[in-house]
Design a binder for this molecule. Structure first.
Ligand SMILES: [Cu+2]
Length: 327
């Protein structure tokens, strides 16, 4: 008995769909989701991956099928049939991708809105509460890291703000973040703490006010599913609720100079007790010796060779080779 080709094609389509749906949910491509909103991003990513895997297998499967089934047989010197255009086919393969792109746009817009990305300053709780005036001149350009005033008294900023359901509520913790070549600095103004690593308490609403001191940087925590440019003269912000305690990397995701690759820090999501203990230890350390913290932060004053020496040891590079670097 021979199974009709239409039945085979249908079974193939069902199998391909089921595999794509399964793979979209079991791809393990993303690191642990460590904030309340991370699941939204993962949902979007997994949906796009499901569609992509399905299309990839369909297109590549048909290609391989055609290469095998319609290959040139020995002794066959004829030309292929002169096929030109196929309106129904073109309508089909234009309308399906158009519908997919439209659906993904609407979905991603909803995700961005649910994360608080559309109106980051609407949360109310913000460090930017006053206006600066220089010599009485009303200057529209950003001053001192301020967001520009759009004329109606509302500050406009970039970033991810509060979820729509926590709009109007201030954050539990506010931390000022400065990106500079080649480090991140975290300033807990209320506690008088300056740190090279970021500590945040689990299950609390955290707001980061981000600026850059010199050039563009980008503040990226993969486990938080958040990335935001740090811009000189223009404050940006990120607001999130960490949900999983642990240590995660902070990566600069904008090529910002020679040692951009070394511009990494760590975010530690602490239990409430650990967070309190860390703050106490930092306050004590700051009281003892401010310069110890400053010394721990890499600066541009180091020569290239000095700066690279610890990394060279780590990578097994001959110290002599590093010493020959031109300043
Ligand atoms: Cu950087």
């Amino acid at each position: 008995m021979k199974i009709p080709n239409t039945i085979l094609a249908m079974l193939g389509g069902i199998g391909l769909t089921l595999f794509s749906l399964w793979f979209g949910q079991h791809n393990h491509l993303l690191p642990v989701p460590a904030t309340a909103d991370a699941a939204l991003v993962d949902g979007l990513f997994n949906t796009m991956l499901t569609v992509s895997v399905g299309l990839f297998l369909l297109v590549q499967g048909l290609l391989i099928y055609a290469v095998i089934v319609f290959r040139q047989r020995p002794g066959d010197e004829t030309d292929g049939p002169p096929i030109r255009g196929n309106i129904p086919l073109e309508v089909l393969w234009t309308s399906i991708p158009a519908a997919i792109v439209l659906a993904i746009s609407i979905y991603s817009y909803e995700v961005y809105n649910a994360m608080g990305g559309l109106d980051p300053m609407a949360a109310g709780g913000t460090a930017i509460a006053h206006h600066h005036h220089h010599g009485g001149a009303a200057i529209a350009a950003p001053l001192d890291g301020m967001a520009p005033d759009m004329g109606n008294g509302r500050q406009v900023a970039y970033g991810v703000g509060a979820d729509p359901d926590s709009m109007g509520k201030g954050p539990d913790v506010t931390i000022d973040v400065t990106g500079l070549q080649y480090a991140w600095l975290f300033n807990y103004a209320n506690d008088g703490i300056m740190s090279g690593d970021l500590h945040v308490p689990v299950d609390q609403d955290v707001q980061l006010n981000i600026v850059a001191q010199d050039v563009l940087h980008a503040f990226w925590i993969p486990q938080f599913r958040l990335k935001q440019d740090a811009i000189p003269g223009q404050m940006t912000q990120l607001r999130f609720k960490p949900t999983v305690t642990g240590h995660y990397p902070i990566v600069c995701a904008e090529l910002c100079g020679s040692y951009h690759g070394a511009m990494r820090a760590e975010v530690v999501v602490d239990s409430p007790e650990d967070y309190a203990a860390w703050k106490t230890s930092m306050v004590a350390a700051a009281g003892l010796d401010q310069s110890a913290i400053a010394a721990a932060i890499p600066t541009k004053q180091l020569s290239d060779a000095d700066y690279l020496a610890p990394y060279g040891a780590e990578l097994g590079i001959d110290p002599g080779a590093i010493a020959q670097l031109q300043p």
